[in-house]
Design a protein around this ligand. Structure first.
Ligand code: PLP
Length: 459
């Protein structure tokens, strides 16, 4: 076997062993960071090491610091795992090592992104002709969409922001809900707005923007305006009243941006689609493939109703590049903030294809049913109160006191059976469960519920 084949075969078996170990491996270990530094550190070696040795030693030394995030019993943040087809396509992506910035450098990557972008547009029920960009995650999808928004709302005031910048520009008002995701704020910072430019609208007990408050905020002044709402609040999974919000934004000529990091995937199933009623009226949408579609990191998608603004914000050119004609094949660097970049569309394409429309709907419905079961059974535990309407895949709950909530959570985390994080909700400590992994089985849910039962009966 050549050295190359040897290291690839070794890697494949190491990866298989890791993934098969997830069933038994504690979901999150106590990490000894000094031991990790010792195992992985030392000074840069003087000479070469054989590839197989590098990989075998890396796998051994890193192992105690590899979190069980791909496990079916990882319910922390909103994470998801990797579907087999997506993982395999991601490996091929590295082997092909295409620079997906330009069609000329990566023709198949360009076409696959066209196809996968169109499949998702269709799945989400977005208007025909929307443009899209494959980015690293929802954070950069926000940055991309809001850059397009910045172009668009200022162009209406005869201001070319790409040329003139923001100094001296008409001031842009950004309106968002109190429970928006923090990545909205960071995108605004990156785009030069500053968080002080935001008008924050109150949210209700589920984290949804209050439409009447949004309307009065919009009525209070005019000028270029961007409204940011969400489909899927990160703690409760709640959806803003999109139709009502879209109506208000339209009346004020405001750009409407939807954070649908995981919630947009509810569109895949008729049972949940009503949660998204009106979503197609927005101007831009940001979502993730590395969460609920279960594609490896890094993978998000920005969609935009106004291709011209999208391209004006992101497009770039240089005389040494071989760029397509305006109506030619797609050059990715016109639609996302990176220049050289990974051909991340292959993994998205593979995930969509391997599940198909029905498989995506089943994945979403299964995880939501598992979340409902968590909600019902946790509510029976002594002192447990479920705080959200479990409309999607998120469950938020607490116990009698903050101290008890933290103690139960710590005991479940320490058991290694499952992992989820704590949060603060309306001034009190809470626990949040996100069910977003394709491999989460009903048995995983039962094992996790047992861990909670044990943690509460100890008290
Ligand atoms: C995860 C998340 C984001 C950020 O997405 P990244 O992929 O981590 O950049 C934004 N909004 C919501 C609602 C999220 O859940």
């Amino acid at each position: 076997m050549s050295e190359l084949r040897e290291v690839l075969a070794l890697t494949s078996s190491l990866a298989g062993e890791f993934l098969e170990s997830l069933e038994e491996r504690p979901v999150l270990l106590d990490v000894d960071v000094e031991a990790l530094r010792k195992a992985l550190g030392g000074s840069l070696p003087d000479g070469p090491t054989a590839p197989s040795e590098v990989v075998a030693e890396l796998a051994r030394a890193a192992d105690p610091g590899i979190a069980g995030t791909p496990s079916g019993r990882w319910f922390g943040f909103v994470v998801g795992g990797s579907l087999p087809a997506a993982l395999a396509a991601d490996w091929l992506t590295s082997a092909w090592d295409q620079n997906a910035g330009l069609f000329r450098l990566a023709p198949a990557a360009s076409v696959v992104e066209e196809v996968a972008g169109e499949w998702m547009r269709d799945l989400f029920g977005l208007p025909p002709g929307v443009s899209f960009g494959f980015v690293t995650g929802c954070q950069m999808a926000h940055a991309t969409c809001l850059a397009a928004a910045r172009n668009h709302v200022l162009a209406a005031y005869d201001w070319d922001v790409e040329r003139e910048g923001l100094f001296g520009a008409p001031s842009v008002r950004v309106v968002a809900g109190a429970q928006r995701h923090v990545t909205i704020d960071r995108a605004l910072r990156l785009l030069g707005f500053g968080t002080a430019a935001m008008d924050i609208v109150p949210a209700d007990d589920q984290g949804r923007i209050v439409p009447s408050a949004l309307r009065s905020t919009l009525d209070a002044s005019d000028g270029p305006t961007i409204v940011c709402v969400q489909a899927g609040e990160v703690n409760t999974g709640a959806f803003d009243a999109l139709d009502e919000v879209a109506e208000a934004a339209e009346q004020h000529g405001a750009w409407l941006h939807v954070d649908g990091a995981f919630g947009l995937w509810a569109a895949a199933t008729p049972a949940l689609r009503p949660l998204l009623a009106g979503v197609e009226r927005a101007d831009s949408w940001a979502t993730d493939a590395h969460k609920w579609l279960n594609v490896p990191y890094d993978s998000g998608i920005a969609f935009c109703r106004h291709p011209h603004s999208h391209r004006a914000a992101m497009g770039t050119s240089a005389s040494y590049l071989v760029q397509s004609a305006e109506d030619g094949p797609r050059d990715q660097l016109d639609w996302n903030p990176e220049f050289s970049r990974r051909a991340r569309g292959f993994a998205v394409y593979a995930a969509l294809r391997s599940l198909g429309r029905r498989g995506i709907a089943e994945l979403v419905e299964r995880n939501c049913a598992q979340a409902r079961r968590f909600g019902e059974e946790l509510a029976r535990l002594p002192g447990c109160q479920v705080l959200n309407h479990v409309v999607l895949n998120q469950v938020l709950f607490r116990f009698r006191t903050d101290a008890e909530t933290d103690a139960v959570l710590a005991a479940v985390q320490a058991s290694g059976e499952a992992w989820m994080s704590g949060t603060s909700w309306q001034g009190r400590r809470a626990v949040r469960i996100s069910v977003s992994n394709w491999s989460t089985s009903d048995l995983d849910v039962e094992r996790t519920l047992h861990a909670f039962t044990a943690a509460t009966s100890d008290r």
